[in-house]
Design a protein around this ligand. Structure first.
Ligand SMILES: [Zn+2]
Length: 384
């Protein structure tokens, strides 16, 4: 993509060392170190500097900013829980489960990770960046008054509210292995934020929602789109669904900005999910989204194989900032989700991962049926 003036994409990597200082408890699979690992990789490749690339430090989102989406009672309960006062109120709001543990720095981390997404939104809104990537963002499960799935503060909902509040038509595209339920709910009755989520089916994965029948309500009818995928979904099948659903919808909607949740827990070998993607699929998604020619706010998200996720985000950044040389370039073939990390020799792209023929046919048939359902439910609302 080029900026309106015809100059190359201006890309901002939103990160600061402080954001790496707040680990979740050791038994929790969510790693806050992934963003720093991705940053280290792209920095070593020289992809954080130059005329059109830069690193931008975020500031924590303050209480006033968080209140644009979250309730005061919920924010109070988060503070109280971290101070050692987790009561019935907090427990009722989902705070203090295995998936939403209370830990030292919890509020500071959530506020800073959210502040990074708001910084990215601000850069885009001000026309100062064409692409802004916050690898520490993507907490799509948090609700206004509920913590869920490692998410306390919904940075995406807040960023989308900021952009929509500035009069922009927003597409929120979520390719995390889990359904983007919190963001969907936040905009379920609104047509100014079109949410599109590709995720492993709720039959086999948390949170159990995200069905083709969930299409929004009232003025938002047709503006929530869900494509559940069967376990074992591989790159070709994923892109088949993406090309059939996301590409025409984004084209018809004509967004001013695209918010992209790049959770990488769909990578083969992820310890929590059951999809069989390689990072080439995510690179393809980034490439397609770039091709729309609108500003992009990209975030991280899930991804529980730490090294594969960090490398995938480094690849996504290299695509988004115009430095990737494509699947046939020098980056190909050296990495691999099927390899031990010690076998990785420095390239960013995974090896191609082909399913066996019978599994391939079964998955493609299942996805084709889902795609037809999604199209029938949603496309007429967009003149498609
Ligand atoms: Zn996820």
């Amino acid at each position: 993509m080029t900026s309106p003036a015809g100059t190359p994409t201006r890309a901002a990597f939103v990160h600061c060392p402080e954001i790496e200082r707040y680990p979740y408890p050791p038994n929790c699979p969510f790693s806050t170190a992934r963003a720093g690992l991705a940053r280290k990789t792209v920095a070593s490749m020289g992809l954080l500097s130059g005329p059109h690339r830069r690193e931008v430090a975020p500031a924590p989102a303050d209480r006033g900013a968080l209140l644009e989406f979250h309730t005061a009672r919920y924010l109070d309960a988060l503070q109280a829980a971290e101070a050692g006062h987790l009561g019935v109120d907090g427990l009722g709001m989902g705070i203090g489960t295995d998936d939403t543990p209370v830990f030292k720095g919890m509020v500071a981390y959530a506020s800073l990770a959210c502040g990074a997404s708001l910084k990215a939104a601000g850069l885009i809104d001000a026309g100062e960046a064409d692409v802004a990537f916050n690898p520490s963002g993507g907490f799509h499960h948090a609700r206004a008054a509920t913590a869920a799935g490692f998410c306390y503060v919904n940075d995406i909902a807040l960023a989308c509210l900021h952009l929509a509040g500035a009069g922009k038509r927003v597409v929120f595209l979520d390719v995390d292995a889990h359904h983007g339920d919190g963001v969907q709910d936040a905009f379920y009755s609104r047509p100014d934020v079109l949410t599109i989520s590709f995720h492993e089916s709720g039959k086999t994965l948390f949170p159990g929602t995200g069905w083709p029948e969930e299409i929004g309500v009232g003025d938002g009818t047709g503006y929530s789109v869900n494509v559940p995928l069967p376990p074992g979904t591989h790159d070709e099948a994923f892109m088949r669904a993406f090309d059939a659903v996301a590409v025409p919808l984004i084209g018809a909607y004509g967004p001013d900005v695209i918010v992209l949740e790049l959770g990488l827990d769909g990578l083969a070998g992820d310890p929590l999910a059951h999809l069989s993607l390689t990072n080439n699929a995510y690179a393809d998604v980034a490439e397609q989204v770039l091709g729309v020619g609108r500003p992009i706010l990209a975030t991280g998200g899930g991804g529980y194989h730490v090294e594969n996720t960090a490398r995938g985000w480094a690849l996504a950044w290299s695509v988004l900032c115009g430095a990737d040389d494509g699947p046939d370039g020098l980056n190909v073939g050296l990495g691999g989700v099927m390899l031990e990390t010690t076998d990785w020799q420095g390239g960013l792209r995974d090896r191609h991962l082909a399913p066996d023929a019978s599994q391939r046919d079964r998955i493609v048939a299942e996805i084709d049926a889902t795609v037809e359902q999604v199209k029938a439910n949603v496309f007429p609302h967009h003149g498609l």
